[in-house]
Design a protein around this ligand. Structure first.
Ligand code: CA
Length: 226
């Protein structure tokens, strides 16, 4: 099992390297974020142990870049602050677990084994269009590293559009698939839902993914900037 440690504090990284090596892991250490990210992208690791406070590029930015590049290597992050904010942020960015410093090695080893047993999220569980990622089993959407706060219906709508990316979908079809409504009733349901979805998926980002096809319906696709 290969573990990559990204940690600038020599004391902690030496301690981790020694403990993990003694337990049969192959360990690599990087001392800053940029280096760590390069290494995490270049080599297949079974686990990355990532410190949050790093010189150059912090742990959050390393984690976001790793996930954006499609790498699903399990990540366990280390935070010195016992802040709820850090934990939530780390997990939302796609970390698998965290430890608050200082920690006992036995606790770290237990967490490492749990994360490894779970393994990485399987590739087929993730739907990707441009910088948008849908984690299907967990029903979570992330765009450019930012978690999107979607309702269950909004997620279902986005999933339908993403599964059939590049394909214009009529309002009737969307209503049937997402709401199980077979209508001639009000197409406004779909229009309103699309507007809400756009406000979360597209409005905060420069590149738009959901497009209106006049007289047809909607399509989700990445279009070239003009
Ligand atoms: Ca540090």
């Amino acid at each position: 099992m290969r573990v990559l440690i990204i940690e600038d504090e020599a004391k902690t990284s030496v301690y981790l390297r020694q403990g993990l090596s003694e337990n049969g892991f192959t360990v690599e250490v990087c001392r800053d974020g940029a280096d760590g990210l390069r290494q995490a992208l270049a080599v297949e690791n079974d686990l990355v142990i990532l410190d949050v406070m790093l010189p150059g590029r912090d742990g959050w930015s390393v984690l976001a870049a790793l996930r954006k590049a499609g790498k699903q290597t399990p990540v366990l992050f280390l935070t010195a602050r016992d802040a709820v904010f850090d934990k939530v942020k780390g997990l939302e960015l796609g970390a698998d677990d965290y430890l608050v410093k200082p920690f006992d090695f036995s606790e770290l080893l237990a967490r490492v084994r749990t994360v490894l047993r779970r393994g990485p999220v399987r590739q087929e569980d993730i739907l990707r269009v441009a910088d948008l990622q849908l984690d299907l089993p967990r029903r979570k959407a992330v765009r450019a590293g930012t978690p999107l706060d979607l309702t269950a219906k909004e997620f279902a709508l986005l999933e339908l559009l993403a599964r059939r990316r590049g394909e214009p979908l009529s309002k009737t079809l969307i209503a049937e698939q997402v709401w199980d409504i077979h209508f001639h009733s009000d197409p406004n349901v779909v229009e309103v839902a699309i507007r809400r979805l756009r406000s979360k998926v597209d409005d905060p980002f420069p590149k738009k993914l959901i497009h209106t096809m006049r007289g047809v319906g909607y399509v989700l696709e990445e279009r070239e900037e003009r």
